[in-house]
Unconditional design. Structure first.
Length: 272
């Protein structure tokens, strides 16, 4: 796919924009420094949250920037509904999958036990000798309670989203409020300066700023957006400065003054 000629589709869901295509995710990150946040679970590792997968959830600022630059189009599709009959069929299929896997696990366990007893010349229980023929209901029930059984989540009960049910010109309102306009102005200015930008709440700011891809480098700056007409109390400056110093970053206060983005850096220095 020639990404230069085809716009990326951003799927709108509950007011947020998502990227579902892996090639689009790679293209946006590599060519336009759009980071977003992966929110899906990995198919083969669904019970961990250290590493996430698609879809990619975008910040409102990222969505507005992509639309403004003509890089992406917003798409709003109707999600298919699931009726009670479909739900019952899905639950039956799910239970059948669990039972089939439990039987396979029980048979393998019985065969291992039988092999071990034969090698060590130990007496074999009748149920173990018949492991190839049957598995008791008690064994299956115990496995349900004690064994992690992976089941497929894909199903053909719900038809894929049809393009005929999609709106290709949904209303996107961000930024609306004055504070959101200031946030977007700061985000856009930093993006035009060539930085990678992610949310900065965990470091007490609005954004974290990276000189290169966050997968490879630590952030250099913590940005806090402040209204230009608002006074900053001295203890807020001290607290923010000490916080940024403790995490080895430079603090930036950012304000929009007469449509121009202004920055004030805070860096703690020692006294000797």
């Amino acid at each position: 796919m020639n990404q230069q000629n085809i716009k990326v589709q951003l799927h709108l869901l509950n007011g947020d924009a998502f990227v579902w295509n892996a090639d689009d995710w790679k293209f946006l990150r590599g060519s336009y420094r759009i980071i977003g946040h992966l929110t899906g679970s990995l198919p083969r590792q669904p019970k961990q949250n250290s590493f996430q997968g698609l879809p990619l959830k975008l910040l409102p600022e990222e969505t507005t920037l992509l639309i403004e630059k003509g890089i992406a189009d917003l798409v709003d599709c109707d999600i298919p509904t699931i009726d009670e009959n479909q739900l019952q069929v899905f639950n039956r299929q799910r239970q059948n999958n669990i039972d089939q896997q439990a039987k396979l696990i029980a048979k393998e366990k019985n065969q291992r036990d039988l092999s071990y007893r034969q090698q060590n010349q130990l007496p074999c229980e009748p149920t173990i000798e018949e492991s190839d023929q049957s598995v008791s209901d008690d064994q299956i029930q115990k496995l349900h309670l004690s064994t992690i059984i992976h089941i497929p989540t894909a199903t053909d009960l719900v038809h894929p989203v049809s393009t005929s049910s999609c709106s290709y010109d949904p209303i996107w309102k961000y930024p609306e409020s004055l504070s959101d306009k200031h946030r977007y102005a700061a985000y856009r200015d930093l993006w035009h300066k060539g930085f990678y930008i992610t949310p900065g709440k965990k470091f007490g700011g609005d954004y974290l700023i990276y000189a290169d891809d966050p997968y490879l480098f630590h952030s250099q700056y913590v940005v806090r957006i402040v209204a230009s007409e608002k006074d900053i109390k001295m203890y807020d400056i001290i607290a923010f400065g000490r916080l940024c110093t403790n995490v080895k970053k430079i603090g930036l206060f950012c304000s929009v003054v007469d449509d121009e983005v202004k920055y004030l850096s805070i860096k703690w220095t020692g006294m000797s």
